[in-house]
Design a protein around this ligand. Structure first.
Ligand code: NAD
Length: 453
């Protein structure tokens, strides 16, 4: 039985009296050398997998393999700033697992990137790619940098220098990065160009080393909106069983960047009404509705939702307490902890961001009867269209948008169906079910591949 199932397991507390995120620590956590602190993001992520593993009786050797990434690469590289001074930057690439295919996962450009975050995100990519049925393993990377602190010329030098530093560890058939928080299609173009230059002839199409490129340089139509599109495809698929219709829903979004704004715009197209939004610049509400396209234009021009004139500024508490049918967290990890979960009043939470909910937060949501659509299902649209971009690059094709959207929807519906089937079989919550479905495909691959030597 899942430890996340309603009403199970009393909460423990640590030496500070703070509620622990997990009711118990799996012995494998200690065995593979992870921090015992269950609030550590990587331990938290792996513990969720281990609970699913326990329920489905996953072979022990697989629990061990998946509890740690295959490779953790850290680089330091100097870059000259516009004023002539040099700065030293730190970059990461974590390659979690490649049993199903090349490592795949985004690059985060953020001043607060740490190895544990990158490991967690790489792990989640392994699960996500398995669940959504693309032939990839999981990876993730990043640079400890705030892009807002640098001119475009400085960012170009930082990105190109980082690419050179990890060039021997990535490749179109080995490890294929993509955008994530703080990185965009221009950064991907610089990475593709630098890698192509360094690899000289470098295979059929070295630009296939990265996805999320501009459409003018090998990018796919539909990639920019893909994660938001996948969030909405998942909602459309899952809402009927909760007796909800998109056109009757109001919703709020936390984080109005790529994932948040596209989720809002596409859900609005289905007839849903955006009534609250938030990001690093503030919280806004308008019960009568906020036009998601107009807000996205405002955010592009001003850098955030704060100051949007067609809604009212509100407090963080008012934002979370605002009653909606659907709440979409689309900002950063671990933002929905116990205090936020206690305030949230929605019927469905669709996780656009990766790992936005802590296990303690999730227990509260489940106790309140809120259906949580887990990130590895809900936000898998991005990697799915990245896969289509890679296929187009490798075969020198350019698909039209209709083909991309249709193929994406097929993958999203299949992933939702597998998740529902696992929930039915194991009588667990949706997150555990999504992990079980992902682990099943990985198990089948390991069983036929074996461990060599
Ligand atoms: P982004 O940089 O475009 O947007 C991030 C948003 O989070 C911004 O609106 C920012 O203001 C907001 N934010 C940051 N700190 C905040 C804070 N303290 N409080 C409130 N808001 C805050 O990034 P994105 O690509 O939209 O990614 C968002 C999430 O979705 C991340 O967890 C990312 O890993 C995940 N994700 C992204 C993709 C993709 O294709 N871009 C795919 C899958 C998952």
């Amino acid at each position: 039985m899942s430890t996340l199932t309603k009403g199970k397991n009393a909460k423990a507390s640590n030496s500070n009296g703070k509620a622990l995120s997990t009711p118990r620590t799996d012995p494998i956590v200690g065995e593979v050398g992870l921090p015992e602190d269950p609030n550590n993001l990587y331990t938290e992520t792996v513990s969720t997998m281990l609970r699913a593993a326990e329920i489905m009786n996953l072979p022990r050797y697989l629990r061990l393999i998946l509890a740690q990434p295959k490779n953790e690469i850290m680089v330091h590289f100097p870059v000259q700033m516009d004023d002539g001074e040099f700065k030293l930057f730190k970059g990461y690439r974590v390659q979690h697992n490649n049993a199903l295919g090349p490592y795949k996962g985004g690059l985060r450009f953020h001043h607060d990137v740490h190895l544990d975050d990158v490991k967690s995100l790489a792990f989640l990519m392994t699960m996500k790619c398995s669940l959504v049925g693309v032939p990839y393993g999981g990876g993730k990377g990043g640079i400890k940098v705030n892009p807002r602190d640098h001119s475009s010329a400085e960012m170009e030098r930082i990105v190109r220098r980082f690419t050179a530093a990890i060039a021997h560890n990535i490749g179109p058939d080995y490890d294929i990065p993509a955008p994530d928080v703080g990185s965009n299609s221009q950064h991907m173009a610089w990475i593709a160009d630098t890698f192509s230059f360094l690899s000289e002839i470098g295979g059929d199409n070295p630009a296939a080393v990265i996805t999320g490129k501009p459409v003018s340089y090998g990018g796919s139509l539909g990639r920019e909106k893909a994660t938001g599109q996948g969030v909405v495809d998942t909602l459309v698929e899952m809402l009927p069983e909760l007796k909800l219709k998109p056109e009757k829903c109001n919703f709020s979004v936390l984080g109005f960047g790529n994932v948040g704004s596209w989720s809002a715009k596409i859900f609005q197209e289905k007839g849903a009404k955006l009534t609250a939004a938030a990001d690093h610049t503030g919280f806004i509400i308008n019960e009568k509705g906020i036009d998601a396209d107009d807000l996205a234009e405002f955010v592009k021009a001003k850098g955030g939702v704060g100051g949007y004139p067609k809604a009212t500024k509100c407090s963080k508490d008012d934002f979370y307490k605002h009653k909606v049918d659907v709440f979409i967290p689309a900002a950063l990890e671990q933002m929905i902890q116990e205090p936020e979960a206690k305030m949230i009043t929605c019927k469905v939470m669709a996780e656009g961001a990766n790992a936005p909910t802590t296990p303690a937060g999730e227990r509260i949501l489940i106790d309140k009867g809120i259906e949580v659509l887990p990130a590895i299902l809900c936000n898998a649209g991005g990697v799915t269209v990245s896969y289509f971009e890679w296929v187009q690059n490798k075969t020198f094709q350019a698909w039209d948008l209709e083909k991309v959207d249709k193929a994406l929807n097929k993958h999203m519906v299949q992933a939702a169906t597998k998740t529902r089937a696992a929930r039915g079989k194991y009588k667990c919550d949706l997150r555990t079910a999504a992990y079980i479905a992902a682990l099943q495909r990985l198990t089948e691959a390991y069983e036929v591949r074996g461990i060599f030597p």
